[in-house]
Design a binder for this molecule. Structure first.
Ligand code: 3PG
Length: 204
């Protein structure tokens, strides 16, 4: 799928659940809960060793889901995420080697930034859709607006400290394409489904 289409899908879902899986067995119940709650999208993070396997399993069982890889910090993880079937790659910060790897695979890369210097490093690699992380520690919406004033062509996906309490404030700003967050991912699959459904209702 072309990168522009992936960005369009991210815009439509408005929320990108940030998922940490402690074992591959957790994958399908949690992904099913997201789907049941109306949010067929997930950023499965490389914070745990089962990430690539979990992504591959999700892609196989739920091909309609928009599955990306998060916390990708080097080329090796990036290659594994792409081989597993990830549709986009996210990093907490900006990584030149991940940017190069994504470019070689024509893969959408959302590097994390919080400063103009980091935004410029990403822009120099041709990247204009960026994660802003951790947004609540780095000035919130006010900082995003100040940075976008200098780089008006940027599209931003803020994450870090976003929840049902503040997501609407972020989504109201037109440079923000979606918000990432883990607030719906705690508890049992039933609880995940309920929190997801509430989140979807809130943003639609
Ligand atoms: C991320 O990597 O995007 C964050 O861990 C998500 O932040 P949150 O847990 O505060 O939602």
């Amino acid at each position: 799928m072309p990168q522009t289409q992936i960005i369009e899908k991210i815009k439509q879902t408005k929320i990108v659940p940030v998922v940490v899986l402690n074992s591959v067995e957790e994958t399908l119940p949690k992904m099913q809960a997201l789907i049941n709650g109306g949010l067929p999208c997930a950023e499965i993070t490389f914070r745990t060793p089962c990430a690539a396997e979990a992504i591959a399993l999700t892609v196989k069982k739920f091909p309609e889901m928009l599955v990306g890889a998060g916390t990708v910090i080097n080329r090796e993880q990036c290659e594994k995420a792409i081989a597993a079937g990830s549709k986009f790659i996210v990093s907490p910060g900006f990584s030149e080697e991940v940017a190069d790897c994504c470019k070689a695979h024509d893969m959408l890369y959302l590097p994390g930034v919080v400063t103009p210097t980091e935004a410029m490093a990403a822009i120099a690699k041709g990247l204009t859709t960026l994660k802003f992380f951790p947004v609540s520690n780095y000035g919130g919406l006010k900082t995003i607006k100040a940075i976008c004033a200098a780089f008006p062509y940027l599209q931003i996906m803020p994450t870090g400290g976003i929840s049902a309490d503040n997501i609407l404030e972020y989504l109201a700003y037109d440079k923000i394409i979606a918000c990432g967050g883990s607030w719906m991912m705690s508890g049992t699959p039933k609880e995940i489904e309920e929190k997801t459904r509430a989140a979807v209702k809130l943003v639609k």
